[in-house]
Write a protein that binds this ligand. Structure first.
Ligand SMILES: Cc1cc2nc3c(=O)[nH]c(=O)nc-3n(C[C@H](O)[C@H](O)[C@H](O)COP(=O)(O)OP(=O)(O)OC[C@H]3O[C@@H](n4cnc5c(N)ncnc54)[C@H](O)[C@@H]3O)c2cc1C
Length: 448
């Protein structure tokens, strides 16, 4: 670990060394001549990037049709395309850097159990088609009586198939799942990827890149052309500062030119703690990612409530001599009350582990139902912006400051796309407006 032990200057200061910060550094170094300093409070990839399910997926945490209603078809579809571009960007990074972190790509599945869930996804599919994207394949069980109630305008979007096929794709024997969506998915250890990419940047851009771990930023002072960051006794100056902190940062922002940003910023992200468990099994099934939307046990208004669970299965790369699969499963979440402290070090809660175990036993057909020893149980913090859309771009009240934050539960591919988009802003390109742009009614960014 290299801690900041002197004052430094760089063209661009990036705060936060998760996948968002590291890929922002990658694209900034690659696409500009600027120097970059990356400041991480803890160690690279020890935040959400080191506590997720490793699922590569490209959906929003809001139904696409809902984004279309708010932003219009064209902008919502463009944003969907942007997130999907994360696949190609990831391939590009891997090809250029020759990183060794394994990436598995496959078709993954999501199981549905109610007509309401099905109609939601059919509406999304209609938007995809109308916007010129390919439609997701949605298979509906032939034997399901509710099939007669599917609105006629969506019948062209489903494929009717034997119930046994739906269950087999979902690797479940729970007859409650009546439909199944397939989509491009993948698995990757995003922490290992970020650590490796940090190593690549340090060796490739020796004269332009520096990285300091265990160097928490305590304040950010902004003028129209400069930023000064305090890290203990030292100052970091830069012409641009990019916050990749996932929304939880413990610093103050002072805007010396323009309206205050600090309070707005600190209220912009709400925290949710996501819980996961993982166990090892023999390496006898291919990698996969499956989500399960079960019928709610009781009516709840919480869309991220308990009825949603997901799992990933991939080879566990830490025991090359005795290869195993690692099954990671999650779903249960808790809201982090406003102003409450979250500690990464807190123990995993036993009731969360039991809930995940119970869900797997009831639903995942390959679960070894007897007493399963969970090798891992963990939690991580997800940051939700008020509109559940990631924020990528300059702060309207002072464009010296930029953001690539607000991970939500789907953040790996969006962070990578965010890194590329930030590099365009930093390079001074004319960047098309998008739904990811931070907004503030008090200030409007000059049109580039
Ligand atoms: C339980 C769980 C499961 C998930 N599953 C998936 C999944 O399967 N697929 C998917 O795509 N996404 C998933 N996510 C979301 C994904 O992990 C995140 O979107 C992604 O890792 C966010 O990366 P980040 O770099 O923005 O944030 P982080 O990885 O949290 O990095 C932010 C960094 O900023 C640092 N920092 C904060 N304050 C300061 C400061 N003052 N000074 C310096 N540094 C600071 C932190 O220490 C941290 O390292 C999951 C998240 C959780 C919690």
């Amino acid at each position: 670990v290299d801690r900041l032990d002197a004052d430094v200057h760089a063209d661009v200061a990036i705060v936060g060394g998760g996948i968002a910060g590291i890929t922002t550094a990658f694209f900034t170094l690659r696409n500009t001549e600027h120097s970059v300093v990356l400041l991480e409070a803890d160690k690279i990839a020890h935040g959400a990037t080191g506590h997720n399910a490793g699922q590569l997926t490209s959906y929003f945490e809001r139904p696409l049709y809902d984004l279309v209603a708010e932003f219009g078809l064209q902008r919502a579809i463009e944003a969907q395309r942007n997130v999907e571009s994360g696949w190609t960007l990831l391939d590009q990074i891997l090809a250029e850097t020759q990183l060794q972190t394994p990436v598995y790509r496959f078709t993954g599945y999501a199981g549905l159990s109610t007509l309401e869930q099905l109609v939601e996804h059919l509406k999304n599919n209609r938007c995809r088609l109308e916007g010129g994207l390919n439609a997701r394949v949605i298979m509906v069980a032939e034997e399901w009586e509710g099939r007669n109630h599917i609105p006629v305008e969506y019948l062209d979007l489903i494929t009717v198939t034997p119930h046994s096929d739906v269950l087999s794709l979902l690797e479940t024997s729970n007859q409650g799942f009546i439909a199944c969506i397939s989509a491009e998915k993948g698995c990757m250890n995003s922490a290992l990827f970020s650590e490796e990419l940090a190593g690549y940047l340090l060796s490739t851009y020796k004269d332009r890149f520096s990285l300091y771990e265990e160097s928490p930023v305590q304040s950010v002072n902004l003028t129209q052309t400069n930023a000064e960051l305090r890290v203990a006794a030292h100052a970091v100056t830069a012409t641009k500062v990019v916050l990749c902190t996932n929304g939880f940062e413990n610093f103050t922002i002072e805007n010396k030119e323009g309206p205050a940003i600090d309070t707005k910023f600190h209220h912009a992200i709400a925290g949710r703690i996501g819980y996961m468990s993982g166990y090892l099994e023999p390496l006898n099934h291919p990698p996969t990612a499956i989500s399960y939307y079960s019928e709610p046990k009781e009516k709840t208004n919480d869309p991220a409530g308990e009825q949603y669970f997901y799992l990933t299965r991939r080879p566990y790369e830490h025991d090359a001599k005795d290869p195993h699969n690692l099954i990671c499963a999650g779903g249960p979440e808790k809201v982090l009350p406003n102003g409450a402290e979250y500690s990464r070090e807190d123990y995993c809660q036993e009731d969360m582990r039991s809930r995940i175990d119970e869900f797997l036993r009831d639903n995942y057909g390959k679960h070894p139902s007897n007493e399963t020893a969970y090798a891992f149980c963990w939690h991580g913090l997800m940051g939700y912006t008020p509109n559940r859309v990631r924020r990528i771009g300059p702060e309207p009240c002072n464009p010296t400051l930029l953001y690539n934050i607000g991970c939500n539960g789907v953040g790996i591919l969006p962070s990578i796309f965010g890194g590329l988009r930030i590099s365009h802003f930093v390079r001074g390109d004319s960047v098309e407006p998008s739904i990811f742009d931070p907004d503030d009614q008090r200030c409007e960014l000059p049109q580039s």
